[in-house]
Design a protein around this ligand. Sequence first.
Ligand code: EPZ
Length: 425
Amino acid sequence: MDSIRIEGGRPLYGAIHVGGAKNAALKLMCAALLTDQPLVLERVPRLADIRTLEVLLAQHGVDIKVEDAANPQGQRLILQAGEITSTTAPYDLVRRMRASVLVLGPLVARCGTADVSLPGGCAIGARPVNLHIEGLRALGAEIDIEGGYIRARAPKGLTGAIVRFPFVSVGATENLLMAATLAKGETVLENAAREPEIGDLAHCLVKMGAEIEGIGTDRLRILGKPSLGGAAHKVMADRIEGGTYALAAAIAGGKVELIDLPAEHLGAMIDALRRAGVTVEANGTGTIVRRENNRISGVDVITEPYPGFPTDLQAQFMTLMTIAEGAAMVTETIFENRFMHVPELARMGANITVHHASALVRGVPKLKGAPVMATDLRASVSLVLAGLAAEGETVVSRVYHLDRGYERVEEKLSACGARIERIAA
Ligand code: EPZ
């Protein structure tokens, strides 16, 4: 297994191209199942998770062409589900990536049948899919859990309904949104998630012929159509990848331009960064993040559904707080086990006390390099960021977690002056 070696203590100066959003691209690819016409997706990041979904979709009968594979700004995928040859998503593929469960809604909506493996547990929390199941039941699907599989049947098609989610779920909103585009009549999704990636999916569905009102709000109204057509769509920029590099600049010091990431996409992070003493400025279609000589101030954050502070930047923000002046309270409200970076950061000299869902981070003047590893994507990258600020050498192992969500992280950071390299196993 590859690892990443970092020699810390160098500021970052330069520009970083932010890629297409993984968490938008995955759902957009699933939307290809809704039509027999081609769906062309631009700026698709080259990531392990994207390849995993390609394998799953191919197994359902989707023909996938990859163009521009070498383009650093992202590849183009042409997906065509002319005929669905299998409506089963097997355990072996779903367990590799939970987002695979997003084929459920499109398959049952188009084919009237779907057998999708339950994804099982995950390092960051139990992550059940009960809201996806209950939502599809409300649209008339008969669903049983059998042999570890969600077996959904709607031989006469789905029918629109009012679905009120008891709490906000990104994935359930997306599964139901896709399913509702082919249901008979009107569906209203209340207390829907408002993450920008859902807006990106909805805009693409509209290009495919769907009728959707309330995009960007917590109430989506969908008027189902008998069929959808093809479309071409450019995946939105990855606000989590961009936010991670913004935090890299804050941690290491220096000045980094995030190309193609509009400042407003950083949402609640901008305020947290500014309060910490980091300068964030819009620069045309990009963003400039700068910390010159000042120390960072401690800032409390609480993760919340969008537009709140994103859970996917919690680990990276906590890393920034480890070197702040004063203390910061970082509270995680989305996932019950998303502090696995804490013991690893402690090995680098961070002072963090966890009490239930909150971590009290007392800033230290310097982190010290160490061999570390993590068990999920964002925790892994938070350790790379810690390595940038630490004295001496840090080696982050289990890099396959990083490769699921960050494309060429070592190239992007070394182009800005970081001493970072991948060591092949
Ligand atoms: C998406 O996961 C993202 N994944 C996650 O990013 C992200 O952290 C999360 O949204 C929150 O923003 C993708 O987009 C592929 P949820 P998702 O349904 O859809 C509970 C990353 O690092 N829940 O909004 O699975 C659930 O357990 C990943 O890129 C139920 O109880 O998240 C969690 O506690 C990690 N029942 C909370 O809701 C359900 O049926 C929010 O989960 C569904 C969810």
